[in-house]
Design a protein around this ligand. Structure first.
Ligand code: NAD
Length: 368
């Protein structure tokens, strides 16, 4: 039974954006519902779930009524709920497109979990559906809303490390449940790469602000292990960015939890370790003056995302990580799978514009 947290709701509901959260899995229960309660401009107005009982238990614990709980079949009834301006899709990856399209048709703005779709074509359809319906779409890339990742980006782009040469990033974890949707190709669209390796790809692109020109990858899939009958266990990859910058990544469902990002320049380096958990991020900068570990204010990554998307809705902005940013990662990941399949380097036709797939409205960082 969910516990009711003792957290404030700072503004009256009429001045905040109401969200319907679709899918009450671990992320929704442990992170998103509590995070919305500390948001300055967002609140959870409804829940959409396959299990009505579970939805009702959560509703009661979070000051919603049973009438705020909808089954997947009742999703379209949200059209009549004026207090629901946005829908947050937190479902297995293969279900993102269907629910984004259904939400957009109702005129609701959409915040969608990563990866945006199953592949670049699927993600492009998601973007097109939201454009057609004239609703806003944000890909939930929480690491582009943290002060630590922005400090890393500022160090890279502000010249503190000198000319940047190399990056590396690891995101691994051990998955034990062979029956989980994450292990089914038709539900997940791949293994660790679109689930956790995506963080490495996304943050490398974010700190540089450019897109890879070529990629190369190899993967390992031990099909005799029931967990890896359908998806890979591990991927090792290289991305070639403009100016000869090379980045390597490792991702796996078979290696102990590790999340790192390192950037090496001519005059210095930075290390984030850990780089991708929900809290406790650590950034270390090394330059001619020595090694320095900056400190940052306390904040919640999911609250940051709610605040940003709601601000875009209330003030008419474009999210920093719109649907196009989700497509851009899929383009890279599709090319990585192609490279692993063919054993060849895959070249990409990327825009040369800085932050080409990001919105103009930068997130407000805590303490600023
Ligand atoms: P989960 O397995 O915990 O929950 C998934 C939800 O979908 C549940 O409500 C479940 O009942 C429902 N569901 C509907 N059809 C299902 C099916 N066929 N199989 C399994 N569940 C089904 O998943 P999750 O970890 O909450 O992941 C959901 C989405 O959120 C994914 O896209 C994932 O990549 C993303 N995610 C993001 C983060 C992050 O840090 N941003 C963390 C975890 C998950």
């Amino acid at each position: 039974m969910p516990q009711k947290p003792d957290l404030p709701n700072p503004k009256p509901e009429s001045r905040r954006v109401g969200y319907a959260i679709v899918g009450i899995g671990k992320l929704t229960a442990d992170e998103l519902i509590p995070a919305a309660r500390t948001s300055e401009n967002s609140y959870v107005a409804a829940l959409v779930t396959s299990e009505e009982d579970k939805g009702e238990a959560f509703a009661r614990a979070f000051d919603l009524s049973d009438r705020d709980v909808y089954t997947y079949d009742q999703f379209e009834e949200l059209a009549d709920r004026e207090d629901v301006q946005a829908v947050y899709i937190v479902l297995p990856n293969s279900m993102h497109r269907e629910y984004v399209e259904r939400a957009a048709k109702m005129g609701k703005h959409v915040l969608c979990e990563k990866p945006l779709g199953m592949n670049a074509d699927d993600a492009r359809q998601i973007v097109a559906a939201c454009k057609k319906a004239r609703v806003k779409l944000m890909t939930a890339y929480r690491c582009q809303y943290t002060p630590e990742h922005w400090a890393a980006r500022d160090a890279v782009q502000g010249g503190r490390l000198g000319k940047v040469k190399l990056l590396d990033s690891i995101h691994t974890q051990v998955e034990t449940d062979a029956t989980a949707w994450r292990m089914k190709q038709d539900l997940a669209g791949g293994g660790p790469l679109p689930d956790v390796g995506i963080y490495s790809v996304n943050i490398m692109r974010f700190v540089l602000g450019t897109e890879p020109e070529w990629v190369f990858a190899a993967l390992h899939q031990p099909k005799s292990d029931p967990r890896f009958r359908e998806v890979e266990e591990s991927v090792a990859f290289t991305l070639g960015f403009p100016g000869g910058i090379m980045a390597t990544g490792l991702t796996s469902y078979g290696a102990a939890k590790t999340t790192t990002l390192r950037v090496l320049g001519e005059d210095g380096s930075l290390l984030m370790d850990p780089a991708f958990p929900y809290d406790g991020l650590k950034l270390q900068l090394t330059d001619e003056a020595g090694t320095h570990q900056p400190s940052f204010p306390e904040y919640d990554q999911f609250t940051q995302e709610f605040n940003h998307f709601s601000r875009c809705i209330l003030e008419g902005g474009t999210p920093w990580t719109p649907g196009e940013e989700g497509v851009a990662d899929h383009v890279v990941m599709d090319a990585l799978y192609e490279s692993a399949r063919t054993g060849k380097v895959v070249t990409l036709k990327s825009s040369r514009k800085k932050d080409a797939s990001r919105g103009p409205d930068k997130p407000q960082l805590p303490g600023k």
